[in-house]
Ligand binder design. Structure first.
Ligand code: FNR
Length: 358
C-alpha cells in the first residue's frame, strides 16, 4: 500500500525533506548567560525531534539583533559564537536525517519581555538586562513599555541584519530559513493597521505596510542564493475587521512569492490581546485559503495533535506540511509513532531504537 501522504517527501528548491511532519519554532528561553548562544538544552531538545523522525526541525525565534530578541534569554544570530553553537546542533540534526530550519526574528515592540520562568511581568527594565524596543510607531502593546519609532536608517539596518543572520545560518549548515512575520513581532507590526500609524512609505496602504516584510524577503533571498528554501510565518488574520485581514494576507503572500518565498507557515493573531475561537486544527482553514488563493505551498499549525488528523490535513490538500508543536514537546517521537500507527516503516528508524518498533 502507498505511504501515508505525511510520509511523501517534499522538495523545496535544492532540498528534499523526508516527510511532512515538521517541528515549528518554539522559544526555550535557555540561551547561555543572556548572550544568545545555544546550550546543551537546545541540542537535547532539538536533537530529540530529529531523532524522533521529523522531516524538518525549525529552531526557535532567533534574534537578528540584540534588541530583536523577545527575552534576554532568547537565541541570537549576530556573532560567531552563536553561529558555532548552532552549527553543532545542525550537525546532529543532519546525522538523524532531518532538515534543519531556523526562524529569524525581530520582536519589535514585544521585545525585552520576561521569559516565563523569570520572576516579573511586562517589559524588562534596563538594569535587569532589558532594552528600549523599536517599532513602526511609538505605540505600546498593552502592558508593555512604549517603543521608539523606527527611522529610515533603523529600518535599513534591520533589513541588513536579517540578511546577515541568514548568511550565518547558511554557514552553520541550515537547510531552511524562516522569516518571522507573525505574532505581533516587528514585521507583523508593520503589516497590521493595529500597530502601524506611519505616514511615510512604510505605513498606510497595504503596499506600504507590506514594504518591510517584502524588503526583508528580497534581501534574504538575494543573500542566500537560489538553493535554499525560504519560508515566512504570517499571522494570517488579526481576528478583527480593524486589523490585518485574511484577504490582505493573501495579497501580501502573492508579493512574497514573487520575491522568492517558497512556503508560507500560517499562524494567526497576537498583535493585540484579542480572543478568538481555538479548537483542533483551528488555523488549518487559513492555511488552506492561502494555499488555494495565492497558489503557494503552506504549512498548517495549531492544535494538530493526532496522527489521523495530521494525515487528513495533508491528504486532503489543505496544507503541504503539518507543524507539530506542543504535542511534540509531550512526545518528540510523534513522527515515528505516526508512521507506526499507519503501519509504515520509514528507513530512518534509529537503529538504537529498532526493538521498540518491531
Ligand atoms: C511557541 N510558538 C512560537 N511561534 C513562533 O513563531 N516562534 C517561536 O519562537 C515560538 N515559541 C513558542 C514556544 C512554545 C513553548 C510554544 C508552545 C509555542 C508557537 C508555536 O510555533 C505554534 O505555532 C503553536 O504552539 C501552535 O501549535 P501547537 O503547539 O498547537 O502544535
Amino acid at each position: 500500500s502507498p505511504a501515508p501522504a505525511l510520509f511523501e517527501p517534499i522538495t523545496l528548491r535544492s532540498r528534499t525533506i523526508r516527510n511532512r511532519i515538521w517541528i515549528p519554532p518554539m522559544c526555550q528561553y535557555s540561551a547561555q548567560a543572556r548572550d544568545g548562544v545555544a546550550t546543551d538544552w537546545h541540542l537535547a531538545h532539538l536533537g530529540a525531534f530529529a531523532r524522533g523522525g521529523a522531516g524538518a526541525v525549525i529552531v526557535e525565534a532567533t534574534g537578528v539583533t540584540p534588541e530583536g530578541r523577545i527575552s534576554p534569554e532568547d537565541l541570537g544570530l549576530w556573532n560567531d559564537a552563536q553561529e558555532q553553537a548552532l552549527a553543532r546542533i545542525v550537525e546532529f540534526m543532519h546525522s538523524q536525517g532531518a532538515a534543519a530550519g531556523i526562524q529569524l526574528a525581530h520582536a519589535g515592540r514585544k521585545a525585552s519581555t520576561y521569559s516565563p520562568f523569570v520572576e516579573g511581568s511586562g517589559s524588562v527594565p534596563q538594569q535587569e538586562g532589558g532594552w528600549t524596543t523599536l517599532a513602526p510607531s511609538a505605540v505600546a502593546y498593552p502592558g508593555l513599555a512604549e517603543p521608539k519609532e523606527l527611522t529610515q536608517e533603523g529600518i535599513s539596518a534591520i533589513i541588513q541584519a536579517f540578511a546577515d543572520s541568514a548568511e550565518r545560518a547558511l554557514r552553520a549548515g541550515f537547510d531552511i530559513i524562516e522569516v518571522h512575520a507573525a505574532h505581533g513581532y516587528l514585521l507583523h507590526e508593520f503589516l497590521s493597521p493595529l500597530s502601524n500609524f506611519r505616514q511615510d512609505a512604510y505605513g498606510g496602504s497595504l503596499e506600504n505596510r507590506a514594504r518591510l516584510v517584502l524588503e526583508v524577503a528580497e534581501a534574504v533571498r538575494s543573500r542566500i542564493g537560489e538553493e535554499i528554501p525560504l519560508l515566512v510565518r504570517v499571522s494570517a488574520t488579526d481576528w478583527t475587521e480593524e486589523g490585518l485581514t485574511l484577504e490582505e494576507t493573501v495579497q501580501v503572500v502573492g508579493w512574497l512569492k514573487e520575491r522568492g518565498v517558497d512556503l508560507i507557515d500560517v499562524s494567526s493573531g497576537a498583535n493585540a490581546p484579542i480572543r478568538f475561537p481555538i479548537g483542533p486544527g483551528y488555523q488549518v482553514p487559513l492555511a488552506a485559503s492561502i494555499r488555494e488563493q495565492a497558489e503557494i505551498p503552506t504549512a498548517a499549525v495549531g492544535l494538530i495533535t493526532e496522527s489521523v488528523q495530521a494525515e487528513h490535513i495533508v491528504f486532503t490538500g489543505q496544507a503541504d506540511v503539518v507543524l507539530i508543536g506542543r504535542e511534540a514537546l509531550r512526545d518528540p517521537h510523534f513522527p515515528l509513532r505516526t508512521a507506526q500507527h499507519f503501519g509504515h516503516r520509514p528507513d530512518y528508524l534509529p537503529v538504537q531504537y529498532e526493538r521498540a518498533y518491531r
